[in-house]
Design a protein around this ligand. Structure first.
Ligand code: ZN
Length: 100
């Protein structure tokens, strides 16, 4: 994760702004856990056509465990793994209706 845009000042500023606005892992928060965020994740991956510098609402503060879980999930062609990792919520943080 050393390449563009993560090596730009614009990203560092955006990342700092996001962590300052949302210092806790949003994925953990949805499950009632309070964990300090260490990473800022693009909700729509750049590789999937998402903006490199989205508004804060297009980013998600995440702890290392959640970020790794999502990164591993979206690395796969059918990125459904994150839904399993984030049980009951989709990537946007909305509860999945009818989740068993
Ligand atoms: Zn987390």
């Amino acid at each position: 994760m050393a390449g563009w845009p993560y090596n730009t000042i614009a990203w560092l500023n955006l990342r700092a702004a996001k962590l300052s606005a949302h210092p806790l892992c949003e994925a953990c928060l949805l499950r009632g856990r309070t964990v300090l965020a260490k990473a800022v994740d693009h909700i729509v991956a750049i590789a999937k056509g998402g903006p490199a510098f989205p508004p804060l609402a297009g980013l998600m503060s995440m702890c290392e465990a959640c970020h790794n879980a999502k990164t591993n999930a979206v690395d796969h062609p059918n990125a459904s793994g994150f839904r399993r990792a984030l049980k009951g919520y989709d990537v946007d943080g909305n509860p999945i209706a009818g989740w068993d």
